[in-house]
Design a protein around this ligand. Structure first.
Ligand code: PGA
Length: 252
């Protein structure tokens, strides 16, 4: 049995003061929900403020990205050690990183290797663009992202990885995938690829999340699906009530 997992990706939203305010609204409702691994991913500038509020709450903290080098002359970047000081999770290879900041599968792989070395739980994002979807290339694109992004990982560490399938056409558009479509990509493309890389038993232990316009209204459609182990939530994670409702749905 894979434990349901829900992470909120705040993206470039909330100042530290606003982040504290949102966390103070989220704490009570989220702490009441059992049986779900819950993670908040605010911007770097809010991690410190949020970390102290989450002590003993059972709610995890994640960064939205990080560099793969340990330290050095990389202006503007954040190292794995800096992330690990405050967080236990890190989102890697989000489609916005790939699209706007030129992140490649090989960069995602370097980040993944370092995350595992630092005992961070990586949430690795994959997913096809609208063009790729419409031209029937979903499997091809997702397979490439998995095979290159997750290359050279020891099978024994693989079960710590969380994969998020986020079709780019569904992110922030209000046009979520159907539960059935996402379940098919998880079960027919991603998990078999994980099984070829890490063996069937390890592959069965890896959580595969859906992301892309998840709301309180559509969350259970995804969580009912056998191959969908949770969600990576963007816009709806900025509203306390709505995010709590999504996490609650994952626990049912
Ligand atoms: P969304 O974003 O929920 O706002 O569509 C999801 C994501 O990008 O992780």
């Amino acid at each position: 049995m894979r434990k349901p997992f829900v992470a909120g990706n705040w993206k470039m939203n909330k100042t530290a003061a606003e982040a504290r305010e949102l966390v103070s609204q989220l704490l009570g409702p989220l702490m009441d929900i059992r049986g779900v691994e819950k993670v908040l991913c605010p911007p770097f500038t809010s991690l410190f403020a949020v970390a102290s509020m989450l002590n003993d709450s059972g709610i995890g903290l994640g960064a939205q990205d990080m560099h793969w080098e340990e330290k050095g002359a990389f202006t503007g970047e954040i190292s794995p050690g800096m992330v690990k000081e405050l967080c236990n999770y890190v989102i890697l290879g989000h489609s916005e990183r790939r699209t706007y900041f030129g992140e490649t599968d090989s960069m995602v792989n370097k980040k993944l290797q370092t995350a595992l070395k630092h005992d961070l739980t990586p949430i690795v994002c994959v997913g096809e663009t609208l063009d790729e979807y419409e031209s029937g290339r979903t499997s091809e694109v997702v397979l490439r992202q998995i095979n290159l992004g997750l290359a050279d990982v020891a099978p024994a560490s693989a079960s710590r990885i969380v994969v998020a399938y986020e079709p780019v056409w569904a992110i922030g558009t209000g046009k979520a995938s159907s539960g059935e479509n996402a379940n098919a990509v998880h079960g027919q493309v991603i998990r078999p690829a994980l099984s070829r890389l890490f063996g069937e038993e390890n592959a069965q232990a890896i959580r595969i999340l859906y992301g892309g316009s998840v709301t309180a209204a559509n969350a259970s459609e995804f969580f009912q699906q056998p191959e969908i182990d949770g969600a990576l939530v963007g816009g709806a994670s900025l509203k306390a009530e709505e995010f709590a409702a999504i996490v609650r749905a994952a626990g049912r």
